[in-house]
Design a protein. Sequence first.
Length: 133
Amino acid sequence: MVKMSGETILLYNVHDKKIQKKYQLLCLKLGLRVKSVPKEQWLEPVGALIGVKDVLLTGTKYEGEGFEDPMMILKIYSNRKLEQFLDGARKEGIPKINYKAVLTEYNKEWDSLHLYEELKKEHEAMSVNRSQS
């Protein structure tokens, strides 16, 4: 059995049970935790949701519409493990998630909605750059 670390993957809007199961099995194999974040917690700091000790939950509940796109936040300590996770997801045929981020000191205090908006801007900017190349 693989020892579980503090390394964790947060998933948003991944509703397909088969895809959830594939993520769970992949994460189990790599010693990662995986957590689906319910919409009610989208105003909480992502650092608190992912288990950063110095970032606390606020208890604020989100009741808005939110976003529908799948999103992923990764707290993974090594590039090697990150590559193993991303390669494993591809090999398992898990659909690509366009909005993904690694947890950083900079974004750990952001709520999920703020992080989504930043990722969306980045994704749109990269899509424009690709189409102009």
